[in-house]
Design a protein around this ligand. Sequence first.
Ligand code: J2J
Length: 536
Amino acid sequence: MSPFPEEFARRYREAGYWTGQTFPDLLAGAARTHGDRVAVVDGERRWTYSELASRAARVAAGLHALGVRAGDRVVVQLPNTAEYFETVFALFHLGALPVFSLPAHRFADIGYFCEHAEAVAYVIPARHDGFDYTGLADQVTAAVPGLKHVVVVGETGRYTSFDSLREHPEREAHAPAPDEVAFLQLSGGSTGTPKLIPRTHDDYLYSVRESADICGLTQDSVYLVALPAAHNFPMSSPGSLGVFHAGGTVVLAPSPAPEVVFPLIESERVTITAVVPPLALAWLRAAGAATEDLSSLEVLQVGGAKFSEEAARRVRPELGCTLQQVFGMAEGLVNYTRLDDPEDLITATQGRPISPDDEVRIVDDQDEDVPEGATGHLLTRGPYTIRGYYRAPEHNAVAFTADGFYRTGDVVRRTPEGYLVVEGRAKDQINRGGEKVAAEEVENQLLAHPAVHDAAVVPMPDTYLGERTCAFVIPQDPAQAPRPAEFKRFLRERGLAEFKLPDRIRIVAEFPHTPVGKVSKAALRQAIARALRGEE
Ligand code: J2J
């Protein structure tokens, strides 16, 4: 762990950013103030704040009876269901650390999280979206001996049933120190192995409270979780946690498709929700012909990837709500356009930071500040931006400057109003409509195929997702290069999540090189972009 240096911690406390509030405090406080109000809606189920708190305290007791203790890590891989919140708050209640993963993750990710975080338990649904998570758990438990418990929501087979945890009497909450790590969040990743992000009670809840304020949340707010609930955006910007802070209602959508979401917006009178750009486009397309009443929607947040200005301009006239652009990262810094900003700022920028103490530097390749308004690498440091990844000293040495700035890998410029515009990316990552794919991870998996001599993975332009993934492969023997379908089968079998599979695989004899002899990914990007234009 890389704690905040003491002088910074003191400053953030003195400024009133870090208040000492912890996650157990957040729910206990909401249950005291808003006990009878509805906290969570999942289909027919409606849980009040009191009920959520009491459920969390019981499941905490159940987990304790299994042997889970304060400080233990527990991998949580649940879809958008009420049990997700029940589990997460039970873990906070117990002082155990959730390790957040997404339903789309498969063995390559989950096995790594369990091993790297030395998780003692893994919480899953029995099935979801046609996938059998108990089968995945079989693989993970076989590979990671330290993983002692698998807890299953639904039909269990040989694992612990989530229902059995609910049968315990409520347990007293553990009282963590507010500057302790509360959970491990997932990084988009640009390296061979995914990185885990340690967030403290103090730093994260500061960002949540401020976000709730910036986004105008009150106890009358109704927030729809359309993205996977465990992602940092719908969790904290202001997300479900921001709503719990404000005493509003969180509605869980089982799918972000317009035919699922629009009826929910109408029936629950949803006021605010968050999507990635491809979903915003899908909603815009569907809104014209929609019969549902979407008039309750006040704010549509869009973030996770660049939202084009043309699409941004359509949101107010076509959906009848305010657009809010959100440029954030699980490592910390979050930028918002403000709700009362002029339309030009809202549609043409990705917002400005949450905190007056978010330090933003825009630098050239030598870490020198670029002239005001010029484009450069975004570095940041502040009251809710981590100082290092979890157990990754070597990577931390390159991902952070000596004085603690996080190298975001994003290429940005700052407008005269102090708003950031994302112009590109320097990190070796593909942003597939908000889903991040680390090129190196896919390359390593391809290199494991016996017929592969070398592999290079780059983004290619896509009108719907913004980018998709293209893998260039040099085969061992050009006469016997495997077909793309064989590569996909191989990668799936190795447990690579579906969204990380290359959308296109090109067999080549060699790679273009830079003057110093490195593989030129810029040239590969241009080659595939040119080829795609030719195909149009
Ligand atoms: C361009 N690129 C963006 C945007 C994120 C709120 C919102 C999003 C995330 C998130 C988040 C972008 N325009 N509006 O955690 O709390 C790209 C950048 C960034 C990376 C972070 C939140 N919004 N990005 O997307 O950790 O490249 O967080 O560095 O998944 O997404 O990805 P992630």
